[in-house]
Design a binder for this molecule. Structure first.
Ligand code: GLY
Ligand code: MN
Ligand code: MN
Length: 446
């Protein structure tokens, strides 16, 4: 995979990241009262009554330590004060491609033990088993080593994962560049009048990743399909006419995700383009709000007001943004959260965490889909993804709730065939200004 940042010294950054991981593990083990951290990479899962396996998904607690996303039946073992160990599964197998021998910037930091059969790990795991915090899914159990995933350990490690290391930020920037290649190819395919399926294929081809490698299922919607929030169908024929295109698609880089959405109008001088431009400009401003000390819940509420201001300007709603928010009209047009933490997982952990001991910060009432309720701190990376959609099911509820007069229904009728608009970037919180990780990747890809 090409690294488009030749000046980044990943080995140096990894050394720092590795030191951070050890410090975090030391504290997590102290809190949990354990001597060893044991993390299985995970196993293959099979379809019922079949020998067909599902796409393998590595344990995020494993890839937090190691840029290894394709080595099932492997283990990470860390004991404070000792050199960490990787039990690396490299079977003798002529049916499948066997993982390459360990290589890369991480190997010098570990004792590496190659195993040829999953059971061989047993002899290499630390003893006694009851002194081990084993973080993983139940299917990873091996002998007595059944994952116990102690709350005190997991809560601490997940909370700390909110604060990305410089190494992680560098990898996440690469995931942006990869995804942007796909977004450029997808827009070109849209403008050529291609089907959703063909656009999806153009995206995967440009990124160089198939759906099992991408961090989530591509959302590729033409016209009204842009209003289906998780639209995963892919029509093989393009509609007539093609009016609009919403694409929500990311890429993976050494286990780190990007999550990017863009919306396009075929007629770049029409009203829908004007609405896209307005949401795009508002989204940039929202991203600038990602600053230390700012409550993400407030950014979400402010986004409602900003989007309703746009709909008011475009004559879609007839009431003030504040009234639209208070009456639920706003939630009918913007029915999801402003965004979420992102990193090793596209919806990364600890978005609701009250502290590194656990606890949950609730969502504001009336906003059931918000995935981030914390106050922003330096090192956090969040998505900023405002959207406005024309969804009959939700607009009918507005009518039933007695607020039909708040909306100009003729304007809704005119815009419904375009589906909806969402614009999504990743933004890094720092000690100073917000750092948008996505926009520079688009600027460099022109
Ligand atoms: N692509 C999923 C999301 O934006 O959250
Ligand atoms: Mn997202
Ligand atoms: Mn997305």
């Amino acid at each position: 995979m090409t690294v488009s940042a030749p000046n980044v010294d990943f080995a140096l950054l990894y050394a720092d990241h590795f030191a951070t991981m050890k410090r975090r593990a030391d504290e997590a083990l102290t809190r949990g009262g354990f001597d060893h951290l044991v993390v299985p990479s995970g196993t293959l899962h099979y379809q019922v009554f079949d020998d067909r396996d599902y796409a393998y998904a590595v344990n995020p607690q494993f890839k937090a330590w190691l840029p290894l996303t394709r080595v099932p039946y492997s283990w990470l073992v860390y004991t404070p004060g000792q050199r960490p160990k990787v039990i690396f599964y490299q079977p003798f197998d002529y049916w499948h491609v066997v993982p390459d021998a360990p290589s890369g910037w991480w190997v010098e930091h570990f004792d590496i033990h190659i195993i040829r059969k999953p059971d061989e790990a047993l002899a290499l795991l630390p003893k006694p088993v009851n002194r081990c915090a084993i973080l993983g899914e139940p299917q990873s159990a091996l002998g007595d080593y059944t994952p116990n995933s102690p709350d005190a350990v997991v809560n601490y490690l997940e909370y700390q994962r909110s604060y990305k290391t410089a190494y992680e930020i560098a990898l996440m920037r690469e995931a942006q560049h990869l995804a942007v290649r796909g977004h450029r190819a997808a827009e070109a395919a849209f403008r050529e009048g291609k089907s959703e399926f063909a656009i999806h294929m153009a995206y995967c081809n440009a990124v160089g990743q198939d759906p099992s490698e991408l961090p989530y299922n591509n959302i590729i919607g033409l016209n009204e399909h842009g209003a289906v929030l998780h639209y995963h169908d892919r029509c093989h024929t393009a509609p007539t006419p093609v009016r609009s295109f919403l694409i929500d698609a990311g890429a993976s880089f050494h286990g780190y995700a990007s999550d990017i959405t863009r919306t396009y109008a075929m007629d770049t001088s029409g009203e829908f383009q004007a609405l896209v431009n307005a949401v795009d400009a508002a989204q940039i401003t929202m991203g600038e709000g990602v600053r230390a000390g700012v409550d993400y819940k407030q950014l979400h509420i402010d986004a409602h007001l900003s989007l309703m201001g746009i709909l008011k300007d475009h004559g879609v709603i007839k009431v003030s943004p504040e009234t639209a928010l208070a009456t639920g009209v706003s939630a009918a047009f913007f029915p999801h959260g402003l965004g979420h933490p992102i990193g090793l997982q596209v919806h990364d952990v600890a978005g609701f965490a009250e502290s590194d001991h656990g606890g949950k910060i609730p969502r504001p009432q009336g906003h059931p889909y918000l995935r981030m309720t914390r106050v922003l701190e330096p090192g956090m990376v969040v998505t900023i993804e405002p959207g406005v959609y024309f969804i009959d099911m939700l607009l009918n509820e507005v009518k039933q709730n007695g607020h039909a007069d708040s909306i100009d229904w003729a304007r809704v009728d005119a815009l419904r065939p375009y589906g909806g608009i969402r614009i999504e970037d990743e933004v890094l919180c720092t000690n100073g200004d917000a750092v948008n990780l996505t926009r520079p990747a688009f600027a460099e890809a022109v």
